[in-house]
Design a protein around this ligand. Structure first.
Ligand code: HMH
Length: 222
């Protein structure tokens, strides 16, 4: 079905870091039920801050789509659907935080989070091409989709009070959405210049590294 998928080629080439991001010890600890709840709460509070930066990044990708892509692939609709989901997600974080006794107004972003948000901000520049930004966007969503779907497979020990979290990113609808993003990326890469393709590959690797650091930070507890 997916011939000439540049993304699949890259994921094979960068398999180790990709597995590092999508099968991180933090995710494996949710999956086998040994997760430390203070790590989970750290992740929850830090990710809320991340998502607020992420919404701004997605807005910037939408602007690039409007300027650079023709209307044929339905890119704007896919991105707008993603933004609608993020609106939901922010409310979900607030509810979840109050459930777990996490005070969101007190959260101080940790270094890995600040570094990741700064990276997003660098991609918001109008100098950065749509192809590069949408590649990063797909990767950011795909890591969470792959990670949390892994916790929902048969025979896993995911604690029942974390199932809803895993379903948020591990549900089939989110999987479909990531697939739509991936198709957009592959289509963009197929017509991109060599320089753009190189930049997009670097952006993918940057995302994977930031995701690993973000999980590491969560494991740190505190
Ligand atoms: C750190 N990566 C991080 N947080 C998220 N919420 C996502 C990806 C996906 O939305």
């Amino acid at each position: 079905v997916e011939k000439n998928s540049m993304i699949d080629t890259w994921l094979k080439k960068h398999c180790l870091i990709y597995v590092g991001a999508t099968r991180h010890p933090f995710i494996l600890s949710i999956r086998d039920g040994t997760v430390n709840l203070s790590s989970f709460k750290t992740w929850l509070g830090q990710d809320y801050i991340f998502v607020r930066a992420f919404v701004s990044f997605v807005a910037s990708v939408l602007i690039k789509a409007w300027k650079e892509s023709d209307d044929s692939g339905g890119d704007m609709e896919v991105l707008l659907g993603g933004m609608a989901a993020l609106n939901d997600e922010i409310q979900w974080f607030k509810n979840e935080a109050s459930k777990w006794g996490v005070q969101l107004s007190d959260i101080v972003p940790q270094k890995a989070n600040k570094d990741y948000c700064r990276f997003l901000e660098s991609l918001m520049s109008s100098e950065v091409k749509y192809t590069v930004a949408i590649t990063a966007f797909w990767a950011i969503e795909a890591v969470y989709q792959q990670s949390f779907a892994h916790c929902l497979e048969d025979g896993t020990n995911t604690p029942s009070d974390l199932q809803a979290t895993c379903l948020r990113w591990g549900n089939d609808g989110f999987g479909q959405y990531c697939h739509s993003l991936k198709q957009i990326v592959n289509r963009q890469l197929a017509k991109a210049s060599d320089d753009e393709i190189k930049e997009a590959e670097v952006a993918l690797l940057d995302v994977l590294e930031h995701e690993v650091e973000f999980w590491n930070m969560s494991c740190g507890g505190a």
